[in-house]
Write a protein that binds this ligand. Structure first.
Ligand SMILES: Nc1nc2c(ncn2[C@@H]2O[C@H](COP(=O)(O)OP(=O)(O)OP(=O)(O)O)[C@@H](O)[C@H]2O)c(=O)[nH]1
Ligand SMILES: [Mg+2]
Length: 403
């Protein structure tokens, strides 16, 4: 299943711009709060060095793209409406908007690092709003949304029936949470992390329930802060200040700069590879002097300072660091590294680090084939891989079945 990244943040922080920059979509963007009401979807790509480089092969990617030796692997993005304080209680249609995030696996918090929007996304004087408070309020809203789903209206009644049977409690809790894509392993881990393993659920107090909701949210929908609008003068100072106070991951970003670069690239005016610090102007005559200056500014104020616009870094961070994914290349022919139609290195699949070959076959290839699975073969070493082999990043291998 392709992972889904949810884009969250207060109104006007730049969520739809981030989506458009990542996916070259045309979601409506404006400085007015609540421009987005119904979620916008798009396909974005994470970027990794392609194995065609190591093997000196010309590849024919099928499920992904290979550009200048870089593999771009598709992931889903979901841009939702802006959230305001007390969204979990329904403020600003908050409940509906939060529910739009049910299917997300990871959340990117698009933060207005300029501090020029109040909590509802209205323009205020630059620096008047403290972005650190935005990080705190948004995290709190998402945690409380989880808490409301866990508690519903009948928590006391619900927990009393499981006073003895803990397993039954986990099963029932799982049912409550399955709509927001939480699994049993995550529930058990959150109970442990919240220090509640030895306390009966009917004895959990309000604080315990808050702690559990918070841990569960953190495990099942982790948040990465994206410091957006880094192109503005005030942003660097704000970013440094926030880094001193906030220990979680923060990626500096200019979604707007990335959007322009990709658009000009798409129009063949410049040549730009996402996630790099340079671009070449191919058709200078197509640029007005204003556009020329804007591109020069992107180079000197963003690319030279942060080494990229931050959009690709944010996506890669979410998938490879936070969601702990690695890339593997299944093939059919071990000599030519191709599928049965002769496509060289056709597919790259994202899997969680630690995945065993057996689980890969069951989850990613075909449930039918899993019953006939015999072994795998590493395409480079030609060594046999057993069902308990833990797949490694960039493994190229064939799955042998008896069918
Ligand atoms: N300077 C600058 N402006 C940006 C950047 N990203 C977005 N903006 C501007 O911020 C404003 C709001 O952008 P949107 O993408 O519509 O914001 P949103 O978060 O989707 O807003 P809602 O849908 O209303 O919640 C627009 O005027 C954008 O041009 C950026 O990286 N730099
Ligand atoms: Mg929007």
């Amino acid at each position: 299943m392709t992972l889904i990244i949810g884009i969250i943040g207060k109104p006007s922080s730049g969520k739809s711009t981030f989506l458009n920059a990542s996916c070259l979509t045309n979601a409506k963007v404006s400085e007015l709060p609540f421009t987005t009401i119904t979620p916008n979807k798009g396909i974005a790509y994470v970027k990794t060095k392609c194995m065609c480089q190591n093997l000196n092969l010309e590849d024919n990617p099928q499920n992904s793209l290979c550009i200048e030796g870089n593999r771009f692997i598709p992931i889903n993005l979901l841009d939702v409406a802006g959230l305001v304080p007390d969204a979990h209680k329904g403020k600003g249609l908050g409940n509906k908007f939060l529910n739009d995030l049910s299917k997300a696996d990871i959340l990117l918090h698009i933060l207005d690092i300029t501090g020029s929007l109040d909590k509802s996304g209205n323009l205020v004087k630059e620096g008047e709003n403290d972005p650190y408070e935005d990080i705190m309020f948004l995290e709190r809203e998402i945690n409380l949304w989880f808490k409301e789903i866990i508690e519903r209206e009948d928590w006391n009644k619900f927990v009393k029936s499981f006073s003895r049977e803990k397993r039954e409690f986990i099963d029932e809790l799982y049912k409550r949470l399955s709509g927001i894509k939480v699994n049993k392993r995550e529930i058990l881990l959150a109970i442990k992390d919240a220090g509640l393993e030895d306390i009966n659920p009917y004895e959990w107090n309000e604080q315990n329930l808050c702690d559990f909701s918070k841990k569960l949210r953190n495990i099942s929908k982790p948040i990465i802060v994206i410091a957006n609008k880094i192109d503005k003068e005030i942003s660097k100072e704000n970013l440094n200040r926030i880094k001193e106070r906030y220990a979680g991951p923060i990626v500096p970003c200019s979604a707007l700069a990335e959007y322009y670069l990709r658009k000009y690239h798409d129009d063949k005016i410049i040549n730009y590879l996402p996630g790099t610090n340079k671009f070449d102007i191919l058709q200078p005559d197509k640029l007005s002097s204003r556009e020329f200056d804007a591109l020069n500014n992107i180079k000197s104020k963003i690319l030279d300072v942060y080494n990229e616009t931050g959009v690709q870094r944010a996506l890669n961070y979410a998938i490879f660091e936070t969601a702990n994914q690695i890339c593997v290349y299944p093939v059919s022919d071990l000599n030519s590294f191709s599928d049965n139609k002769g496509n060289v290195l056709p597919d790259v699949m994202l899997i969680e680090k630690g995945t065993l070959l057996r689980d890969f076959v069951r989850e990613k290839i075909h449930t039918d084939l899993a019953d006939h699975f015999m072994f795998g073969i590493d395409a480079i070493t030609k060594k046999r891989l057993g069902e308990n082999y833990e797949l490694k990043h960039n493994d190229i291998f064939k799955v042998v079945t008896s069918k």
